[in-house]
Design a protein around this ligand. Structure first.
Ligand code: RIB
Length: 308
């Protein structure tokens, strides 16, 4: 089953320090790294690392970071065939701080990602029309993302939407009706529904708000508390977290979504696919980096076998 990711490609400039600085504070860190990132790119790399059939559609700039990204994409086994080099924009950039507990904070400068438009959809029309699963995030403009979503759904495919980062003015109601599976984390859930899910009851309430807006199914990513799956007319299914030693949570959510798409493409049912995705997300936290932190199929199977 062919998976298409339409999304961002960034270079991540990452600093590792004991703690994250407070506003106005300067502190000495321990090390830094220049990594391949971007939520779209990370999701594509996650599918590729598992052995899935995936194509990434997006833009980079014609700058040094663009050349670095191209080389790293190849290293991560992600095809660059559907990636356009934009002569007028810089490659997307993220500055990321990671502390000793593996927590992070991220600032993204969209650059070429935010120049993505309907032309990118047109150029790849056939690819979108044939896609069986489309992975979207919110680091490219919503309008081309929704044109692609409509093409995929018209062709009988499904759309997995990661509302990350949630735009300041929220997401218009008509967007939800074009999404098959939405996968917010706790903060995104609160921004979208007004409910921060700290309990089973609150998670169910938040999922219901999203289902009432027209989404086909909801997966809430609850970090160290695991995740839960909810569909109309069904009881919410809680999926407990996998126990791992987390050192870096960057891209955990992206590896989750890549894993989810891979599992669905292999014919797994929703609950089994969410369990597989949760294992992918958990394993990614045991490695530093973004795209490069995605686990292999064997690593995921081993964790699922050992943990349960
Ligand atoms: O989800 C993690 C990603 O968010 C990073 O790779 C960074 O590029 C930002 O897009």
């Amino acid at each position: 089953m062919a998976i298409v990711v339409f999304g961002s490609i960034n270079i991540d400039l990452v600093t590792y320090s004991q703690k994250l600085p407070r506003p106005g504070e300067t502190l000495h860190g321990e090390s830094y790294a220049i990594n391949l990132g971007g939520k779209g790119c990370n999701q594509a790399a996650a599918v590729a690392r598992l052995g899935g059939d995936v194509q990434l559609v997006g833009r980079i700039g014609s700058d040094d970071f663009g050349r670095t990204a191209t080389a790293l994409l190849k290293e991560n086994c992600v095809s660059t065939k559907h990636i356009t080099t934009d002569p007028e924009a810089n490659t997307g950039l993220a500055t990321i701080g990671v502390d000793n507990n593996g927590e992070n904070c991220i600032t993204v400068i969209g650059g070429a990602n935010m120049a993505v438009d309907a032309e990118d959809v047109q150029r790849n029309r056939d690819l979108f029309s044939r896609a069986e699963l489309l992975l979207l995030q919110m680091e490219i403009p919503l309008e081309p993302a929704m044109i692609a979503a409509d093409l995929v759904r018209r062709g009988g495919g499904k759309v997995i939407f990661d509302p990350a980062p949630v735009p300041r003015d929220g997401i218009p109601k008509e967007i939800f009706e074009r999404i098959d599976i939405i996968t917010p984390n706790e903060t995104e859930t609160e921004l979208l529904t007004g409910i921060y899910p700290t309990s089973h009851k609150e998670a169910t309430q938040a999922a219901k708000v999203l289902l009432d807006r027209g989404v086909q199914s909801v997966i809430l990513k609850l970090g160290a508390k695991g995740c839960c799956y909810c569909a109309p007319g069904e009881m919410m299914v809680p999926i407990p977290p996998y126990k791992v030693d987390a050192i870096d949570t960057v891209a955990a959510g992206d590896c989750f979504n890549g894993g989810l798409a891979y599992a669905l493409s292999q014919g797994l049912g929703m609950v089994e696919a969410v369990q597989f995705a949760a294992a992918c997300g958990a394993l990614s936290t045991t490695r530093a980096g973004a795209s490069s932190s995605a686990p292999t199929f064997d690593q995921v199977k081993l964790l699922m076998k050992d943990d349960r």
